[in-house]
Ligand binder design. Structure first.
Ligand code: HMG
Length: 388
């Protein structure tokens, strides 16, 4: 039985900041960001956008032609930008998406890896109950300290996927290679708004996890690099995917090739969206390959700091284009319709929730998206659905 991604959706914030502006502020050569990191812009969440509101937009897109919402029995919200230490961000969306009460809802965390853990978990559950459908929402807002090397890689976004039997987009193959190790390359303690990062160590660790996970995948699957047609990597900044691909081709003693280029159409304009980042690359590859990739095998490398790496693969299904073509149009529209903000607004948005300690607050109405965070009253998050 084939199990995998049946439908997919994407949402990013309504505001964007040019990295050339950031470079100007810090007196850094803009080429360092544009060519050194291969990043041009970052999506910036306004104070009334959070992982829930971004997740809503992505989920609505994934559900657009789902005529049996009743069959969604699992909602996994994958994030490392949780809005509550106890209640899952998915619980808010369970109401707004009008899901069934007999749907399991929970949140999953292991840095950027949680979305892929959610995918594998869903596939296993569907294998034992093929009627079940799962909704995975990967949603994050990346924040690093001002002036730190990580700052130009910031970004935000959400990807939602419906996982089911007989998927229309990509079947997930039954083998994968995992590599985990307790490390401190990137982490965010509960008391901190921003991540702590040992940047150079994180890059090296990512690459060594890639090698180890790939070795395990090869042993498990009996496949070789020649059997993989395209590779999507977790992409915190675009240059990382190039470094990863160079490493994988070096390990396999093949010439570096084109298997990665089509995955990088969106990331340079969005920035890191942690759990969603790998699936943004998948969306890019499916929509921008220039050729029909039906039947092709896609290698997927998930990495979450702290640290887990997993290499797995999927087979693109015939007819995927029918779903992806309209979606590619709306992704393009979402990117081009964002409002460009200058450095002062960027700072204002970035700092809005810093030092917030629980007083009642109404958020200024900035978001153009359907669902916005209206404020916090008596420690409860209050969301507002436009045209509801
Ligand atoms: P840095 O200090 O900017 O590094 O930090 P750099 O000085 O080596 O410069 C970066 C690149 O720019 C280099 O290219 C330079 O040569 C080049 P490379 O050698 O790497 O190919 N460069 C220039 N190019 C053109 N013109 C110039 C110029 N100057 C320099 N004038 C670092 C970079 C990635 C470490 C930093 O941005 C950082 O700490 N980022 C955050 C951590 C990160 O993204 N790590 C990636 C792996 S871990 C991961 O992916 C997990 C994560 O998503 C979190 C999670 O799992 O939840 C982050």
């Amino acid at each position: 039985m084939k199990i995998g991604i049946d439908s997919i959706g994407f949402q990013t914030a309504g505001y964007v900041f040019q990295l050339s502006e950031l470079a100007k502020q810090y007196g850094i050569d803009p080429a360092k960001y544009e060519h050194g990191l291969m990043q041009k812009q970052m999506s910036v969440a306004s104070p009334d956008e959070d992982v829930v509101t971004l997740g809503y937009g992505a989920a609505k897109q994934a559900l657009y032609d789902c005529d049996d919402v009743e069959s969604i029995k699992l909602l996994i919200f994958a994030t490392e930008t949780g809005v509550d230490q106890s209640k899952s961000a998915g619980m808010h969306l369970h109401r707004f998406l009008k899901l069934n009460p007999n749907c399991r809802v929970f949140e999953l965390k292991q840095a950027c890896y949680a979305s892929s853990a959610a995918l594998q978990l869903s596939v296993s559950m569907i294998r034992s109950d093929p009627k079940l459908k799962a909704l995975i929402i990967a949603s994050d807002i990346a924040k690093y300290g001002s002036g730190t090397p990580g700052e130009p890689t910031q970004g935000c976004g959400s990807v939602a996927m419906i996982v089911s039997a007989n998927p229309k987009i990509m079947e997930i193959e039954p083998y994968s290679g995992v590599w985990s190790a307790d490390e401190n390359d990137f982490w965010r303690p509960c008391y901190s708004e921003v991540a702590f990062v040992d940047g150079k160590h994180s890059v090296q660790l990512y690459l060594s996890h890639l090698g180890n996970a790939w070795g395990n995948y090869k042993r498990q699957s009996g496949l070789s690099f020649a059997d993989i047609d395209q590779v999507c990597y977790h992409t915190p900044f675009s240059k990382m995917a190039i470094k990863a691909h160079n490493e994988l081709t070096r390990l396999n003693e093949v010439e570096c090739n084109e298997k990665v280029n089509s995955t990088l159409h969106y990331t340079p304009y969005i920035g890191n969206c942690y759990t969603a980042a790998l699936y943004v690359c998948l969306l890019s590859m499916l929509g921008n390959s220039g050729v029909d990739v039906s039947g092709k095998r896609v290698g997927m490398f998930a990495y979450g700091s702290g640290s887990v790496g997993e290499f797995f693969s999927g087979i693109v299904q015939n007819g995927y284009k029918q779903r992806i073509e309209p979606l590619s149009g709306s992704i393009q529209e979402a990117l081009t319709s964002r409002k460009i903000i200058g450095f002062d607004k960027f700072r204002e948005f970035y700092n809005f929730w810093n030092d917030y300690r629980g007083a009642d607050v109404l958020t200024p109405a900035y978001s153009k998206n359907k669902l916005r965070l209206k404020g916090i009253t008596e420690h409860k998050r209050v969301y507002e659905l436009k045209d509801a």
